[in-house]
Design a protein around this ligand. Structure first.
Ligand code: HEC
Length: 277
């Protein structure tokens, strides 16, 4: 293989890990560890109905086999399919819009190395008006702006890397931020936890508020957690967080995990108790 192509795939593997290993596209809950990698069909329960993740293998008929790099970049950054259809925001394009084009082409090159699986996509079981794709245009107008995430020259590279990882690639806010009535992320409660996270799971407050967030976690605690899924009190992680750790974040270099911690510690603590206990 052309060495440049090989290098792109290798870099793309790193981007893939930073997204959490695109875990939502593998149906682990129903098919366990035999689930065909990235072939979709996973039910994502949301307050607006059930959505099924799509096949992102390189299959010509049911996957991304006919997509160009430009198609992939547009889907990720603007939430629009090659046919011009708007995606439901269960697909976290409002975060992925911050990704750099070079990272996206590398990621796409890496995805092509995953074995191809023929599996047709399933239509959502959403309730009106969320089943109506045209409504998404209105949703986007209210809730979304395609926007690159630029480095802040006032901040050091470690912080900027953390900002890019948390807010674009790793899309932590998509699960850890509560949603407004129209299903957009509530920007005033960024990372302050959500009772209706994906698949109906509770995603805790991860701002550094001492009582309701993770203010008492040290940087080493957080890095250890993203590597192993073990919390400082010895508890294990369940659900989607354990998947994005296992298939994604735990494979990132230590500097990236430290950057995530630097960034999270820098943002304002928000008091919001979303715990069940
Ligand atoms: C796909 C959804 C999803 C994404 C993406 C996600 N999380 Fe989570 N996270 C969760 C859920 C759900 C839990 C609760 C897990 C549990 O209770 O075992 C959780 C738990 C946590 C906890 C434990 C907090 C506590 O008080 O116990 C931390 C810390 C955390 N996530 C940080 C992050 C960071 C940092 C990112 C981005 C790098 C991230 N998460 C991305 C869903 C997500």
């Amino acid at each position: 293989m052309d060495p440049e192509q090989e290098a792109a795939r290798e870099r793309g593997r790193g981007v893939f890990y930073s997204t959490g290993g695109c875990s939502c596209h593998t149906n682990y809950p129903d098919e366990g560890s035999d689930a065909p990698l990235l072939a979709g069909g996973r039910a994502m329960k949301t307050p607006f109905g059930v959505f099924y993740s799509t096949n992102i293998t390189n299959d010509l008929e049911t996957g991304l086999g006919r997509w160009t790099d430009a198609d992939f970049i547009r889907a990720m950054r603007e939430g629009v399919s090659p046919e011009g259809e708007h995606y439901f925001p269960v697909f976290p394009f409002p975060s992925f819009t911050g990704l750099r084009d070079a990272d996206l082409t590398d990621l796409f090159a890496y995805l092509k190395t995953i074995p191809t699986v023929a599996r047709a996509n399933r239509a959502p079981g959403a309730s009106f008006p969320f089943s109506w794709r045209a409504t998404l245009l209105g949703w986007k107008w209210i809730n979304f702006k395609a926007k690159r995430l630029r480095d802040d020259p006032e901040k050091d590279p470690d912080w900027n890397r953390g900002n890019y990882l948390v807010n674009a690639a790793a899309h932590c806010g998509e699960c850890h931020t509560p949603r407004t009535l129209t299903g957009g992320l509530d920007r005033s409660m960024w990372l302050a936890g959500s009772e209706d996270g994906p698949e109906g799971e509770l995603a805790p407050n991860i701002t550094s508020h001492n009582d309701t967030g993770i203010g008492k976690w040290s940087s080493a605690d957080l890095i250890w957690y993203l590597e192993t899924g073990l919390k400082p009190d010895g508890d294990d992680t369940s659900g989607l967080m354990s998947e994005v750790i296992e298939h994604g974040y735990s494979n990132l270099p230590r500097e990236d995990l430290a950057a995530i911690s630097t960034y999270l510690k820098s943002i304002a603590p928000i008091e919001s108790d979303v715990s069940n206990d």
